[in-house]
Design a protein around this ligand. Structure first.
Ligand code: NOJ
Ligand code: CA
Length: 591
């Protein structure tokens, strides 16, 4: 027993050592400031970034060797697409072992060295959390499929399906897979179907099972404890399945992601994940929100809900095409694109936070899709999109090679592709006779994910300096002699040097982070002109979305102000109401 006096002393000492109440966070324009709101994120697709050992596959030591390049670019968060042990049915989005590094990418020591190199340069790393599904080679699924009574059976979603009088088996419902065909596969061992929204080798986890959730939280802690700063969460709105999983109606079949996403338990799972894991670290979370409408965004990211920090909404990046199955690039107009950003600004409030991006490893190259990648226009056009992404509302996400204005690859035949989505769609559409090969291939060349996945173009040496071997896993774009980092390094007017200047400008201009957004000319077919205002500081961004010179007069007698940056070094128009813009020119003014 302690003497009373000593107890009293201990009690007072304990009181005194309590941390002082956290000072109330100073809001900036109504927003709570956060490092991840001020970040510029750069996505690395490790397979395509830099090969260090000549086997033709990008790897972690390759990334480490390029950290000074990223530091100089000015980005401060790196998002690494999956680096985990995987049989690569879907290039790492099919994980066999969540605690092991993919052998093609290196070892855990290589991962630790990469992370240490990132931290040394005052950057952070976020990794991909792929937990809607695993690989069928994951030990949980190997166990699960082995018998109906295995303790892991309920880690996945098994159903008997239907059996006709003649014994013919059909799947439990009409769900289509994102990668063509049915989302159900009959497994002969136990004679039941398992659900896979993606490839046959990507079985969906059963999040209703609390043991699955505990395993996920545990692997998240494993990587956070190593020092990663958060996660990009793959197809996260799909983890809660629709109640009873009835057939999709003909209407729902027009957009299956909307029917699959945001199931009845999603909020409960995300809140639990936040409480159990995310809230305990200084991390960021960004959900890949397939099937989620803008109106549903708040229900995932509103900071009073304690779920995710941000999501990727695909309305802009998928403009003119569908986000399910083999799509075509259709017509779209600038007013339609602006209407999307305008809607974001009015729908998302001070408790929400947005992302801004026009590319990633699942989409074709920005300049070939939204701009003009012809030799005369490519540079200005690529700079315009960098300007837009780095000055619109939300945390910007750049994809490797955008800062060089890399373009789509000239795909011609099905053998040119690697992506399982294209190969499966070819079987389903062309080999079945539904579509001609010519029509299919013409559409895919414009929209295929492989456009983004060709190796990074570092220099003009063979294979663009990506590998010292002769066989990159996916062909290098033949334009690498004209478009590469080394060449752009020494050219003051390059996309690379312009992007660096933009990131520097953004880094000391809070208005681009927390400022209000106003579109000055929503109906203009060629000009995107908007302001970002924070307190008494207003910045004006003007972009000419056309391959012709265009003049534009600001509304209401407004004058442009001081020119801070233009992609055309000779631009000098300032303090005037009428701006004469070169093709694809973009300018930033301070008013
Ligand atoms: C979205 C990922 O970005 C994509 O690359 C992948 O194929 C699917 N999710 C399945 O994981
Ligand atoms: Ca390699």
């Amino acid at each position: 027993m302690f003497p009373r006096r000593l107890l009293h002393t201990l009690f007072v000492a304990a009181l005194l050592s309590l941390p002082a109440a956290a000072p109330a966070q100073q809001l900036v324009n109504g927003y709570e400031p956060k490092w991840w709101k001020e970040a510029v994120v750069y996505q690395i697709y490790p397979r395509s970034f830099k090969d260090s050992n000549g086997d033709g596959i990008g790897d972690l030591p390759g990334i480490t060797s390029k950290l000074d390049y990223l530091r100089k670019l000015g980005v401060n968060v790196i998002w690494l697409s999956p680096h985990f042990d995987s049989p690569n049915a879907d290039n790492g989005y099919d994980i066999r072992d969540y605690r092991k590094v993919m052998k093609e990418f290196g070892t855990m020591a290589d991962f630790d060295a990469l992370l240490a190199g990132i931290k040394k340069r005052h950057m952070r790393l976020i990794i991909d959390l792929v937990v809607n599904h695993t690989s069928d080679e994951n030990k949980w699924f190997v166990e699960s499929r082995s018998s109906k009574t295995n303790p892991y059976r309920d880690f996945y979603i098994w159903r008997p399906g239907h059996t006709a009088a003649d014994g013919t088996r059909t799947p439990p419902n009409n769900y289509p897979s994102y990668f063509s065909g049915s989302a159900w596969t009959l497994d002969p061992k136990t004679n039941e179907y398992y659900l896979h929204y993606f490839a046959v080798k990507q079985p969906d986890l059963n999040w209703e099972n609390p043991k699955v959730r505990e395993e996920v939280y545990s692997l998240m802690r494993f990587w956070l404890d190593k020092g990663v700063s958060g996660f990009r969460m793959d197809v996260i709105p799909l983890i809660s399945k629709p109640t009873g999983m009835p057939d999709l109606t003909p209407e729902q079949l027009k957009s299956p992601p909307n029917a699959y996403a945001n199931g009845p338990h999603l909020a409960e799972y995300l809140r639990e994940m936040n409480r159990e894991v995310l809230s305990k670290y200084d991390d960021m979370s960004v959900g890949e929100a397939t099937g989620t409408t803008l109106a549903q965004t708040g229900s995932l990211v509103d900071d009073r809900r304690h779920e995710l920090n941000m999501i990727f909404n695909f309305d802009a990046i998928k403009i003119g095409r569908s986000d399910f199955g083999p799509s075509q690039l259709g017509a779209w107009s600038l007013p339609e694109l602006k209407a999307i950003y305008d809607a974001h600004a009015t729908t998302l409030g001070k408790h929400d936070w947005d992302t801004v991006f026009l590319s990633n490893h699942d989409n074709p190259r920005i300049v070939s899709t939204f701009g003009d990648d012809s030799p005369a226009m490519r540079v200005s056009s690529a700079k315009l999109f960098e300007t837009m992404i780095l000055t619109l509302r939300g945390t910007p996400f750049l994809f490797e090679g955008d800062e060089l204005g890399m373009t789509n690859y000239p795909f011609r035949k099905i053998e040119d592709y690697d992506d399982i989505a294209v190969k499966n769609a070819y079987k389903a559409e062309v080999e079945s006779g539904k579509m001609s090969a010519a029509v299919f291939l013409a559409a895919q060349a414009r929209v295929s994910r492989d456009n983004a996945r060709t190796p990074m173009q570092w220099d003009s040496s063979p294979e663009a300096g990506f590998t010292t071997g002769n066989h990159p896993w996916l062909a290098v774009n033949p334009n690498y002699k004209q478009i590469n980092a080394a060449e752009q390094e020494s050219d003051p007017a390059s996309v690379l040097n312009y992007t660096r200047a933009l990131i520097r400008l953004r880094a000391h201009t809070q208005a681009f982070v927390y400022g209000d957004y106003e579109d000055l000319a929503p109906q203009d077919a060629h000009i995107y002109a908007y302001t970002r205002t924070l307190g008494d500081e207003t910045y004006l961004v003007v972009e000419n979305f056309s391959s012709s010179a265009t003049s534009y007069t600001l509304p209401g007698g407004l004058k442009a102000g001081t020119l801070l940056l233009s992609d055309i070094p000779s631009s000098h128009e300032a303090n005037t109401s009428t701006l004469n813009l070169s093709p694809w020119e973009s300018r930033i003014y301070r008013q």
